[in-house]
Ligand binder design. Structure first.
Ligand code: HEM
Length: 416
């Protein structure tokens, strides 16, 4: 792969992944370790420390930037939402999500939206997602099983999260491809401003119809739940407006789709590199959740979170002015030797398995239970249906690439 090419099925996707570092960075971890020794907080964005452009430079390029690399400081930034806020990030998110979103709200407003969404994402809401997931995974395997080989990143990992999310939104199966492309175009940092505008407009047009239908005639899906539940704290005890629902929906699309399929792809090629672990997980299915969690620690799909300081502050002795951008380096923190022993080892048996890959504090991933369900079911189903699964010896060896978003270059496999 050349330094100018990203990862994807077409030019648009390759260009989008290239913007977030695909094809330019393969193993960022030695550099993270080096940066951590220079201090827990350094001036400059994370891409600047790799000599790469910041994908959101066009929005925040004129502000001072700082980045964290150890566990303690990264966790502190994520948890201290009064000082390291999300509200100031609105200019970055507004093209994609409009004026309302979980990721650009703070405090009471943010809590209200989280409470509205919680029932669909907590354990008791998982049956709704599972209903669409199981059948889709089996039908995807049915499509390629007889061939005896496939690139599982594209044939298996990529299609199912968009399908499950689209079904939860009440999108007809015929429009899933369209929905999937819009979800990719709404990804912060990956899309161009024009691409984000276009996808945002299309989603508003498309989903407004579904929202109106669900207000008239509720069904058993996420949109019906959102439009018919009381929005906590709303004056007079009302429900959320169309504008609010459309903001939450546009935030959910990229948050729930790309993260999940890139993680499963990374899990697969991590297993392909470790034949003993692959053989073990085939006969010890109870190991699946730990393998996924350890891969999420060791090589997460999102490398940092952005925050904007709401006031002047001092972080680990470094003075940071109000209005500065702070990159909370979760991928670097996950390999902090002060918290994780032998952090560069991928070891699902480690007793100290913990990570910040779903973030921490009030913006902690709302979809964590859904993504665990999707990832665990997808890996278990694949291993059960294709017990002879091995990496394809005739294909190029896949690698994990990218800086802001991490992804595999593919996951070519064979089975007998
Ligand atoms: C392996 C899969 C996933 C990973 C690694 C992941 C990671 C994250 C991270 C790191 C954040 C925190 C952002 C921040 O602190 O600013 C986040 C937030 C979020 N995630 Fe996930 N996510 C995953 C899957 C999902 C899924 C499946 C959904 C929905 C179906 C989802 C929906 C969201 C939403 C809506 C937010 C915003 C929460 C807020 O700002 O309060 N994510 N995710």
């Amino acid at each position: 792969m050349t330094a100018s090419a990203g990862v994807g099925r077409d030019d648009w996707e390759r260009e989008a992944t290239r913007r977030t570092g695909a094809g330019a960075v393969f193993d960022p971890y030695p550099r993270y370790a080096e940066l951590r020794t220079l201090g827990p907080v350094l001036p400059g964005s994370i891409p600047s420390h790799f000599g790469l452009p910041d994908p959101v430079h066009h929005v925040f390029g004129d502000r001072p930037h700082f980045a964290t690399f150890d566990w303690r400081t990264t966790e502190r930034v994520l948890k201290d939402a009064d000082t390291f806020g999300n509200g100031g990030l609105a200019p970055m998110n507004v093209r994609q999500f409009g004026p309302v979103s979980l990721q650009s709200s703070d405090g009471v407003e943010h809590r209200r939206y989280r409470m509205l969404m919680q029932p669909a994402f907590a354990r008791r809401g998982l049956a709704m997602w599972e209903r669409w997931l199981v059948g889709r995974l089996d039908s995807l395997i049915d499509e390629f099983e007889a061939a005896g080989h496939a690139d599982l990143y594209y044939a298996y990992c990529a299609p199912f999260p968009a399908y499950v999310t689209a079904m939860a939104f009440g999108v007809p199966a015929a429009d899933v491809e369209l929905f999937s492309r819009w979800a990719a175009m709404l990804q912060i940092g990956a899309s161009t401003p024009e691409g984000a505008d276009e996808a945002s407009r299309n989603v508003v047009d498309y989903m407004s119809g579904i929202i109106a239908e669900r207000r008239r005639e509720p069904q058993d899906d996420l949109i019906s739940l959102l439009v018919n539940s009381e929005l906590p704290g709303e004056e007079g005890g009302g429900t959320a407006s169309d504008e609010q629902i459309l903001g939450l929906v546009r935030n959910l699309m990229p948050a729930g789709v790309g993260t999940t399929f890139r993680t499963l792809g990374i899990v697969l090629i991590t297993l392909f590199e470790r034949p003993e672990l692959l053989a073990r997980v085939k006969v010890e299915p109870e190991l699946v959740p730990r393998v996924i969690d350890e891969v999420l620690r060791w090589n997460p799909p999102l490398a940092w979170m952005l925050r904007m300081t709401t006031r002047d502050t001092v972080l680990e002795g470094v003075e940071i002015p109000a209005g500065a951008i702070v990159h909370a380096g979760i991928a670097a923190a996950n390999r902090d030797p002060a918290v994780v022993s032998d952090p560069d080892e991928m070891n699902p048996d480690r007793p100290d398995l913990q990570h910040l890959s779903f973030s921490a504090g009030p913006h902690f991933c709302v979809g964590m239970q859904v993504s665990r369900l999707e990832l665990e079911t997808a890996l278990s189903t694949l291993l059960r249906r294709l017990p002879g699964l091995v990496p394809d010896p005739d294909a190029d060896r896949p690698e994990v690439t990218g800086l802001m978003f991490r992804m595999p270059t593919g996951a070519p496999a064979r089975w007998a």
